[in-house]
Ligand binder design. Structure first.
Ligand SMILES: [Zn+2]
Ligand SMILES: [Zn+2]
Length: 389
């Protein structure tokens, strides 16, 4: 059952969501978005802290004498892509689009924030965390590095993502690894360039690079337990310009994904060993730069059972997927950094309309506004249950 007062404010929350949608901002540039969020939270009586991770906003509401502390997180950033929906509220910022629905996540949390401030149906401390840059280099990590959980200690933290492949009003999550780790690296090979007709005077980084690409294929097949999973993809091998020049250097760009931190560590180490040993065998100098890394998103079993129980109460038991049937996703999420610090749960909120639903990151993707009130009701009920006096 959705909360009546939340439904009464639905039109206003949809307008806020569409305003964010029309003015998307990329990671760490969420200036307008965070201004609006801070202004709304302040107006509703939240104590607002700004600046963590650059544009991060934390809204705190203390009610009663309860000692528990709850964190709920929404992400604010958009993607560097051109919107093609043609909607009246389509992006006015060239080459930027809220194609992952983070505008919707903000509207959901704001809708809950307003109700919780007006009705105060809990006893304890509530921290609403609006984070920058989920899509690129980890705004969650920056907020934590800036002291997020020291300044705003939480006993548990929760986050949700809209899921256009799941029917609207359904919830899916599970304990343990829900989403993969993702690490990107750039490998630079330095040889000695020269004329293509005189390889004996050169050190050819192309041949070394080709050999490294092949050697990397053995990590998943020979080093990872067949019952675990991992991906190592070389997405780019750039070397040379034309037929008769041996280039001086070559650059490989790779991405790896895993579902266990021990597999992640082992694969990373194996990549480093293979690259350096292969390079040495060709007399090439190799350097490896880690571009970014997101850990595995690991849900705490107890908090996940709690989050699922709230979902069953709000949406009905038949709308909450049996965790045994929920497949982990190879995608990654920087909420994982928060779950490394504080136990909690990340869940997927179904938003499919059944009519031309495009996946997130598609230029025709549309956030389903009907889900703002259901998501907000969920956050309110979760807060009430977690911060019971
Ligand atoms: Zn995304
Ligand atoms: Zn997203």
């Amino acid at each position: 059952m959705l909360i009546k007062e939340i439904l009464d404010n639905e039109a206003e929350m949809i307008a806020i969501r569409r305003d964010f949608h029309q003015h998307p901002e990329l990671g760490f540039e969420e200036f307008r978005t965070s201004d609006r969020i801070a202004q709304l939270l302040t107006g509703w009586g939240y104590e607002v802290h700004r600046g963590l991770g650059g544009t991060g906003v934390v809204g705190t509401l203390k009610v009663g004498s309860g000692g528990k502390r709850l964190g709920i997180r929404a992400d604010m950033d958009a993607l560097p892509m051109q919107e093609q929906t043609g909607l009246p509220w389509a992006s006015v910022n060239e080459g930027k689009m809220h194609a992952c629905g983070h505008d919707g996540h903000c509207a959901i949390l704001l809708s809950a924030a307003r109700y919780l401030a007006e009705h105060r149906p809990f006893s304890g401390t509530l921290h609403l965390i609006f984070q920058p840059s989920e899509e690129s280099i980890g705004g969650a990590k920056r907020m934590i590095d800036d002291g997020l959980f020291k300044l705003f200690p939480c006993d548990a933290v929760f986050g949700l993502h809209n899921f256009p492949l799941l029917p609207a009003g359904e919830i899916a999550t599970k304990p343990g690894a829900l989403m993969a780790s993702s690490d990107s690296m750039t490998i630079t090979l330095e040889g000695k360039g020269g004329h293509g007709s005189m390889p004996e005077h050169c050190i050819d980084p192309t041949v070394a690079g080709a050999s490294i690409v092949m050697a990397l294929q053995t990590i998943v097949s020979r080093n990872v337990d067949p019952q675990d999973s991992a991906v190592v993809t070389v997405g780019s091998l750039q070397s040379g310009t034309t037929h008769n020049i041996i280039p001086h250097s070559a650059v490989l760009k790779l991405n790896m994904r895993t579902f266990k931190s021990e597999v992640r560590d082992a694969v990373k180490l194996r990549i480093q060993k293979l690259v350096h040993a292969q390079a040495e065998s060709f007399d090439v100098k190799a350097s490896i730069a880690v571009d970014f890394g997101y850990p595995v998103t690991v849900n705490d079993p107890q908090q996940t059972e709690f989050a699922m129980q709230v979902a069953r109460d709000v949406f009905g038991a038949d709308k909450v997927a049996d965790p045994a049937t929920v497949k982990s996703a190879m995608g990654s999420e920087d909420f994982s950094f928060m779950l490394e610090e504080v136990p909690g749960c990340y869940l997927w909120l179904g938003t499919a309309t059944g009519n031309n639903d495009y996946s997130v990151h598609h230029p025709l993707y549309q956030f389903n506004d009907a889900c703002i009130s259901s998501g907000a009701t969920y956050w309110v009920k979760l807060t009430e249950s977690f911060l019971r006096s």
